[in-house]
Design a protein around this ligand. Sequence first.
Ligand code: FES
Length: 110
Amino acid sequence: MSWIDIGHIDDIPLHGARVVKTPGGCVGLFRTGPQQVFAASDRCPHKGGPLSEGIVHGHSVTCPLHNWVFDLNTGQALGADEGRIETYPLRVEAGRLLIDGTAIGKRSAA
Ligand code: FES
């Protein structure tokens, strides 16, 4: 793994989300707790909704377009819907957000 610093945890509102540009493309960051952030695709597999504009609750995000819900641990759609978003390893160290550049790079190569 090669960890890339992509910002500070306080750049993301609690229970909010934002998109950051990484060397491998844009990634959604979802802050589920004071010290917890998940990194995942910003694009809903249903019809491309911007997940970073959705509602963050528990360890999940609800798409703003048609309310599909995704588990940010696994990327799986919950409930009756079927689909999956990519998730990426992310660490919080002294408030800095470090994302696995290797995982991001694989996505852009796919
Ligand atoms: S585009 Fe996300 S639920 Fe339809």
